[in-house]
Design a protein. Sequence first.
Lengths: 351, 351
Amino acid sequence: MTDPERPAMIDRPGLAALQSEANIAVGPRRVPGRDIPVPTGLDASHAVLVEAPYSPAWNLAPADDDGWRVVQRAMAERVGPILSRIRDELGITMIRTMLGRVGAYMLSPADLPAAHRDQLVFFLHGGGYVLGAGEAGTTEATLLAAYGRYRVVSIDYGVAPDRPHPAGLNDAVAAWCALTASHDPRTLALGGLSAGGGLALALLLHLRDEGLPMPAAVSLGSPWADMTRTGDSYATNEWLDNVLVSYDGYLSHAGRLYAAGHDLRDPALSPIYGDFAGLPPTILLTGTRDLFLSNTVRTHRKLRDAGVEADLQLFEGLSHAQFALTPGATVTRTACGEISRFFDRHLIAAD
Amino acid sequence: MTDPERPAMIDRPGLAALQSEANIAVGPRRVPGRDIPVPTGLDASHAVLVEAPYSPAWNLAPADDDGWRVVQRAMAERVGPILSRIRDELGITMIRTMLGRVGAYMLSPADLPAAHRDQLVFFLHGGGYVLGAGEAGTTEATLLAAYGRYRVVSIDYGVAPDRPHPAGLNDAVAAWCALTASHDPRTLALGGLSAGGGLALALLLHLRDEGLPMPAAVSLGSPWADMTRTGDSYATNEWLDNVLVSYDGYLSHAGRLYAAGHDLRDPALSPIYGDFAGLPPTILLTGTRDLFLSNTVRTHRKLRDAGVEADLQLFEGLSHAQFALTPGATVTRTACGEISRFFDRHLIAAD
């Protein structure tokens, strides 16, 4: 309390009275600065995610497009060797392929169950519409292939700064249409994480509106359903989420770069503002400390209110997307197991 | 920032750097004091719950048993006329009855659907194991009867200080056994809110262990599954939840009074420490600002991991149990609608 350069930590004696007085009227909620402990009772692989420091990249804000390209290349160079090792350890093979004009990576587990042989998950990676181009975007598809035991095709959709909105959506539509030209859509699932979850929802709205084939089931991990600063957890989980940390960090810089002046309330960018009627059965996953908790909860609620089967999975203490990106963690196995069982209930085997 | 008697509000410029430095190492998460706005985009009946000031009773701590009895009487006298008016407005009739040796209130909607005619919800009210004795505990059963269109029997189980643990559990078991002596359990659901949600889980563990009939489906609203100070949201949502506000308030005083020296980790008090194998299909509901968010999420996760069908519903920005206690609010209609449809899928009509 004596260091003016640090957020004040309030002593507990007297705090109840101070807080009661500060919250005696209708309006915003005043909360005190404090240290929030790592909850007890988590297994070690789970606790390590909760106790982790802020991501060093959370407040990344390159000055110009070239600065963003430097970040993209640095990430790609860093994760390439890591992903190669993860695939080896998990028995995953990766093949670079094309879906129509769009590049993609096919991830296949060595122990593919017979029931999954003719089924496929069409996956849209995360990265705030800037990161994750090329192989660097295949982490979540790799883990879903390994722990969910499905074949997963990760789409290399266009990202900013070189290919801003609507390039990502156009790529997703083109790749999906190419895939459904040769696959029964009842054998296909759609998955997306974070920005890729928002893109998956935007893709679904487009398919529904155009009368195109829909997937048999959908998985949305911490979907970026609302790119505007709307949703309670952008405030309540600010500074608590150790991955995104704040809407004012990398997240909104990247989002604005991709939106390139388009209205963030356009359902093609923020699908929460669209109509969810007629969407396929959907499983949604998030963590209680996720800056996107409200994105996920609001999407779930809106799907249910539209009469769509929607199943919500929450993970204690987790920040943004941690359940989808951490090899070996029990939460990742649990998340992929839930997704896989959900797909099992809705996909059919090919004739 | 200049008033030393108020939690410091941090100016945003410079905050990112301060926060990054404070969260550079593994361990607890340091969050700054701040004002958290009421999220936009909620309907008026929802927003009024989020923006409400702290409950005046949150830090209630009577000095002795007589002090608690004064509080109980005051609450009963206050809510009696309110409940009578709510029943009239919602077309609910209430009949005082007995299930074996245990008092109960039967709440019946005027427009009972034919499919629900021979079905019944056995309900355990909230109140921290101290409040809610007599008619005062019938709010949530009344609203579930009205908006879910089920008959609901609200059990007047024993509460502290006069009837501490295990009186509540013994009453719940006795009432359930009396009911199942004359009703096919496949036509029965079990519901509970807050302390009543914890009690419902403890009842289920007992029924399972003793080989007694189980309900066909279960609804747990913000269940008090862990009476120890374990669970991330006891810290993350402290001072944010405007109903319970803090574990150190009324909540833990009441809990200790009821536990009366028994180990809070006993699954009969904190069922999260029990084995959930073989429990019936369960719907769970909570709000993102609920001090019991983790109680609910941990219970959901443990049910899923035990292979139990479990469905989680979250409400944006809501504090503890607000979705179950607010007549007329859209969130209450939505919550009761979800519970009712869940019961519809699992209960059978009587022969």
